[in-house]
Design a protein around this ligand. Structure first.
Ligand code: BES
Ligand code: ZN
Ligand code: ZN
Length: 500
């Protein structure tokens, strides 16, 4: 999507639709109201007086004009005091979809006077751009009759004020972040037959190989075996699609080599059948939805795209274990014991608890690379869906400062997180009769917590966070900036955590 700033002289006939935001209560509009032609102004005021339209949060009314301006969307932003980035992001998403449903390719927002404190504030501007790009997302790669006319292509921001450069930077940041989310959405939406581990690696290469400050390394099965990643390899051994451990390093610091990176680790199970513990067709999520079990990997890739684009002075290392979990004659058996890179032995009680297995070796790798902080993200447990529904991801970790920073970031992004405990008592749930640890407690109590407790055994003392996004990897309906289907969850939380 193109994002452009214009001044009021842009008010011309070619622009089909204008967005005119109103606050509730004060019935106060953008300063741009005054630039509208008298008949249209009168019409809008009368509709307001008759309460046909209002500034109530989230309301969208289409008004037709017959002069210079053909269509106006009168949009309610709610009370000025309550308007924050999330309100704006959601409204911009609704507006974008409305415009798209009218088959229009560009939309112009009147940005004036809301006021210098609001639309023209940095976070709100970022949210407006994010919401527009996120809300208008569609996935039509597999439709043969693509309706190109339906896609929103341009967002115009109209203002009579001279803008601070920070505001334009915020708009750009919003654009970069939202486009990164859409990259993750695409990856998750692509069916598993077209995105086995190898294809994921290829996409990553296309995205990053030409970028400066970025080095990409692909660890294939042979190299992984040499490094001792037998837990990771065990999960993929039933599939004809080979497993890969992918690393992407972004070195944005001076003396980059000397500085320990923040590690982002994403679960990349390109399809999770459950393995020999085969899932049934219907469950918390249906078997067909398990193409989304690489949502963590997609989030890390999306976040890396945004980070590389915005060039912070940070070192970031992405580690993405990629496997397909399939049942076959070569598949891992329930009861098998495997040894992780750090020497710990694991009894595989259930082959469907595979995410924590591939992450175990990925986390060991992060530790061995000298990570100063590790954040992993994974569609890890059905229990997260049971606890949080579609509304939030679960957050756990061993470091208070990191936890607090991430919760703060989530407030800004609107990507809700809810912290769960990681008490030592839960480690007892994972006792194995024959190995150091079991990958599952058979009574399945506290599923999300025990999964995280398992992961913690592989980060050593490194400050670490775990985001379980099984609950939010897809969304059931169009609502605000969210669209039905795969969500790109976690991209903005990860990227903003690194950037801020
Ligand atoms: N990939 C699933 C978790 C999942 C569930 C992701 C729903 C997305 C939506 C994970 O590998 C899994 O199968 N977890 C099992 C573990 C079980 C065997 C204890 C689960 O949570 O049901
Ligand atoms: Zn599974
Ligand atoms: Zn899984």
């Amino acid at each position: 999507m193109r994002v452009e700033f214009k001044n009021q002289s842009y008010l011309n006939e070619k622009q089909e639709i204008w967005v005119l935001p109103f606050w509730s209560k004060k019935e106060k509009s953008a300063g741009f109201f005054k630039y509208l032609e008298a008949p249209l102004k009168k019409q809008i005021w009368e509709l307001m007086l008759r309460k046909e339209i209002s500034g109530e949060e989230g309301t969208v009314a289409l008004i037709y004009g017959f002069g210079l301006v053909k269509k106006v969307l009168v949009v309610g932003l709610g009370e000025q005091e309550k308007c924050n980035a999330d309100v704006m992001r959601n409204i911009a998403g609704e507006v974008a979809r409305k415009v798209q449903s009218l088959k229009l390719k560009d939309v112009a927002w009147f940005g004036d006077d809301l006021g210098a404190t609001k639309i023209l504030a940095e976070d709100i501007m970022q949210a407006l751009v994010e919401g527009t790009i996120l809300g208008s997302y569609t996935f039509d790669q597999y439709k043969t009759d693509k309706d190109k006319a339906k896609k929103l292509e341009k967002l115009l921001l109209i203002t009579s004020k001279k803008l601070k450069k920070e505001i334009k930077e915020s708009a750009r940041k919003g654009q970069v972040l939202a486009e990164a989310v859409n990259v993750a959405r695409d990856l998750v939406n692509i069916p598993a037959n077209d995105l086995p581990p190898q294809a994921f690696v290829k996409k990553a290469k296309e995205m990053f190989e030409q970028k400066s400050k970025v080095t990409l390394e692909v660890i294939d099965a042979k190299a992984a075996a040499k490094l001792g990643m037998n837990v990771f390899l065990g999960v993929g051994q039933g599939s004809k699609n080979k497993s890969y451990m992918l690393t992407i390093a972004y070195n944005g610091m001076r003396d980059a080599k000397l500085k320990a990176p923040i590690c982002l680790v994403g679960k990349g199970v390109t399809f999770d059948s459950g393995g020999i513990n085969l899932k049934s067709a219907k469950g918390v999520k249906d078997l067909k939805d398990m193409k989304a079990d690489m949502g963590g990997a997609a989030a890390v890739l999306g976040a890396m795209q945004a980070i590389v684009e915005l060039q912070p002075q940070k070192n970031v290392l992405a580690i993405i274990p990629l496997v397909e979990n399939m049942p076959s004659g070569t598949a891992q058996r329930p009861g098998d014991v495997v040894t992780a890179m750090n020497g710990k032995t694991i009894e595989v009680i259930n082959t469907d608890a595979e995410g924590r297995l591939i992450l175990a070796d990925a986390l060991c790798l992060a530790v061995s690379k000298g990570a100063k902080e590790i954040i992993d993200i994974a569609t890890l447990t059905g229990a997260a869906v049971a606890i949080l529904g579609d509304e939030a991801a679960a957050l756990l970790g061993n470091n208070q400062r990191m936890l607090e920073k991430m919760l703060k970031v989530a407030k800004l992004t609107g990507e809700k997180l809810w912290q769960l405990p990681l008490w030592e008592e839960y480690l007892d749930y994972l006792k194995s009769d024959i190995a150091d640890i079991a990958n599952l407690n058979e009574n399945r109590k506290a599923g999300t917590v025990t999964a995280a407790k398992f992961l913690q055994q592989f980060v050593d003392k490194t400050p670490w966070l775990h985001l379980d996004i099984a609950s939010v990897v897809d969304y059931p309906e169009n609502k605000g900036y969210k669209v039905k289907g795969n969500s790109g969850a976690g991209v903005r939380n990860l990227a903003e955590y690194v950037l801020r």
